[in-house]
Design a protein around this ligand. Structure first.
Ligand code: NAP
Length: 296
């Protein structure tokens, strides 16, 4: 199989390297051409002139760009180069509706489209251990196995086009509720005067624990929030969840609350911090209170 990669950002550059290690990578394209030239030189592969040039003659193209409009721009730009039967795998986090529009464009060229959003962060992309949630035809999913296996470890087909993005959106809603709860609980614990490191060690083994509590509550103790998962990116994902729920006439309270908190963090210049920075807002509730942090 000969595979092209487009979108060589924090995630994509690692994923392209893993395709190269698996002997699948046949070329790269990136909007900022210098990144494509540098990676092509590192891996001894081809830096294409355009998305169309990248797609020409290849069996598959993987996309990992930022947001909905970016995916549609890239799929439109790839389309003239896609051979009938070629696979387009979009690993960006976008809406299910965008996945369906991307699939229409690919189908108009006789190509196949899979929505394949990923979870596991930059570390998972680097180590090839991503969880990949896939939507599209079972036949395309079967053909894409070598590509998906090169980039991830837990690979699940959820159903028709858009199902992968729906599964990813589900994950993003859970992350919102959990990080908010962890931040609120930690602000409460700090106000009680509890020894916070001990608290993380102990409650980390309890029923209320979570990955976010164990791995991100320490950020809250230190007051440092290195990304991680940027506030700005999670806000983009939650806006997708909001739109997907709105199609059912439903407003999701957890999503709305976190979008509000993230808007506040972004407006105060914290948009590129990890989402554990929501502790800033939760601890301020106690800082503003007239009552002493500790009862006499
Ligand atoms: P990133 O570092 O900001 O990289 C974005 C990439 O997309 C860059 O290569 C950028 O090109 C390209 N791009 C953006 N808009 C484009 C357009 N209109 N046309 C062509 N190329 C365009 O982002 P990332 O962290 O790799 O994330 C990529 C996707 O994965 C996002 O949808 C994100 O939500 C998702 N994701 C991220 C993580 C994470 O931990 N970072 C985890 C899971 C999923 P330039 O180089 O020219 O800017």
């Amino acid at each position: 199989m000969r595979v092209g990669f487009t979108g060589l950002g924090a995630m994509g550059a690692h994923m392209a390297r893993n395709l190269h290690r698996a002997g699948l990578l046949a070329g790269v394209w990136n909007r900022t051409a210098e990144k494509a030239r540098a990676l092509a030189a590192e891996l001894g592969t081809r830096a294409a002139e355009s998305p169309e040039d990248l797609a020409r003659g290849l069996d598959a193209v993987v996309i990992c760009v930022s947001a909905d409009q970016d995916v549609l721009e890239v799929v439109n730009a790839l389309a003239p180069g896609l051979a009938p039967g070629a696979l387009v795998l979009d690993c960006s986090t976008v809406s299910a509706e965008t996945a369906r529009r991307g699939a229409e464009i690919a189908h108009s060229r006789g190509a196949e489209f899979l929505d394949c959003p990923v979870s596991g962060g930059v570390e998972g992309a680097r180590d090839g251990t991503l969880a990949i949630m896939v939507g599209g035809s079972p036949e395309a999913f079967a053909r894409a196995q070598p590509i998906l296996n090169a980039m991830g470890r837990t690979i699940t087909h959820f159903g028709p086009t858009g199902s992968g993005q729906a599964a990813k959106a589900t994950n993003q809603i859970m992350c919102a509720g959990i990080i908010e709860t962890v931040a609120e609980a930690m602000a409460f614990a700090r106000a009680q005067g509890l020894p916070l490191d001990k608290l993380i060690d102990t409650l980390g083994k309890g029923a209320g624990s979570s990955w976010y509590f164990v791995h991100r509550a320490p950020n809250m103790v230190r007051g440092a929030y290195p990304a991680g998962f940027r506030v700005r990116l999670h806000a983009k994902d939650l806006a997708i969840c909001r739109d997907m729920a709105a199609r059912f006439g439903v407003t999701l309270p957890v999503v709305e609350r976190m979008l509000g908190e993230y808007a506040e963090l972004v407006s105060r210049g914290f948009g590129d911090e990890d989402i554990s920075a929501t502790f800033r807002l939760k601890s301020e509730m106690f800082d503003r209170s007239a009552r002493p942090a500790r009862e006499p």
